[in-house]
Design a protein around this ligand. Sequence first.
Ligand code: NAG
Ligand code: NAG
Length: 546
Amino acid sequence: MYTFKWLMCFSLFWITLTGTEAELSSDPLIVEIPNGKLRGKDIGHYFSYESIPYAEPPIGEHRFEAPQPYSHRFEGIFNATKPPVACLQWNQFGAKKLQGEEDCLTISIYKPKSKTRSSFPVVVLLHGGCFMFGGAALNGHKFIMQEGNLILVKISYRVGPLGFASTGDKDLPGNYGLKDQRLALQWIKQNIANFGGMSDNIVVLGHSAGGASAHLQLLHEDFSQLARAAISVSGNALDPWIFNQGHRGRAFELGRIVGCEQPKDSAELKNCLKSKPASEIVSAVQSFLIFSYVPFSPFGPVVEPEDAPDAFLTQDPVEVIKSGKFAQVPWAVTYTTEDGGYNAALLLEKNKTTGETWIETLNDRWFDWAPYLLFHRDPKKTIEDMDEISRNLRQQYLGDRRFSVESYWDVQRMFTDILFKNSVPSAIDLHRKHGKSPVYSFVYDNPAVTGVAQVLAKRSDVFFGTVHGDDFFLIFEFAPLGRRIRPDEKVISRKLIKMLEDFALSDKGALTFGDCVFQNNVNSKEYQVLRITENGCKNEQFDQFP
Ligand SMILES: *[C@@H]1O[C@H](CO)[C@@H](O)[C@H](O)[C@H]1NC(C)=O
Ligand SMILES: *[C@@H]1O[C@H](CO)[C@@H](O)[C@H](O)[C@H]1NC(C)=O
């Protein structure tokens, strides 16, 4: 008996030994996962393994359905050297509006080279883009790979109508993009160790719609099995642009635009939409924009009905948080002091026909446009109710002044509060009342020279302050900005990346930035916010959110 056990031990030991030997001597570019072997690429100081499928292509019968895990064996060695393609989208940035491909559900992994270590903590990026556009490739990984202490995983998920069209019933329930993310997170948990990732040290990080996504993923209790912590940068599930009312009407309108005339029900609409070219469905986004890229999220998350198959979310996020049934993992929620430069700055562009800036036009069209700009449009509300919200907002931020370049700063303040900032104390309040895990917050206050606002306004003669992405794009460079990083920003960039690494590794769920230790909002009467500026960082406490 003992001999047998000992033999067992010995042979296990032997297998382990030879296994390690095989790994060490094998080609680091070749990684084996349950689907077979794949080959990545040597980029010099890091390795990349790109465009690995995690789901069946969401095309044909799989369009407008929950994603199915990719279960095929690779034929030969899978070529993981193709840069990730964006999911098919109507893009806000750049001249080419229709971009990407419908077959897009892939994961890309970037791993530092190191002589001294073979495993690394993991950061998963959920990209931003209003649930309408964006992609893994647009968020560069140069800075993180320069630091060389993290494995970075970027995922693609469906966006726009292909990711989020919903009739609000079980036949076309929506949230496909969020279901993609969740499947991808499960894939990462199961497979990342094969790439040298520490599967118990995963942080999920997102910006804007990606931040809201990280929050929504965290509202599933079992997220705690998929990740150790989450960070929502300038976007969380309580922002007013995440859940747009009226999705059922828009889904049928989408059908009408692409030639699905008068379907008798949602099932018929879905079947018809499945038969149309994806490019037509995505190009129809233009018809939902009243000017420029307004409203910026005509298709996005919805609360699905109870009977929806594979539902992602069947309750309003506020109700989920109140029920306490969400993952008890550390979470950070953040904003920038002038976050609302996205999308306010586009008001400084001119109507090409009249030469008038949109902000001037607002004087005549405030009541028409405000509900789209600030997301209080709701088919269940009366026009009078929406007008009252618009009137009060104008009064609160502008008083009797006109909309003009001179009053832009206050218009931008309004956008910041409504679209990104007011949700932060609301989320902190809810989480600390109904949860136990730490909730951290930071505000970034350090303007970039060229940020999203300058690109949208197409001008640099206006001071915008610290706008959406000014912090995040120090972690993931955003190509359309062509941004040069100042020395003070380089320091912040490195500290932010170190912050991610330490967060992934911390046993206690502690969060630090440089010399500053974040204070937990849970069990604190005051709001605890870390302010990050050009000169460093500072813990601040507030009775009233600033
Ligand atoms: C792998 O894909 C890349 C990029 O598409 C291509 O250039 C290369 O030739 C492929 N390699 C093999 C072995 O097929
Ligand atoms: C731009 O100006 C033209 C000419 O007055 C007008 O027809 C058009 O509606 C304007 N665009 C918007 C979105 O208001």
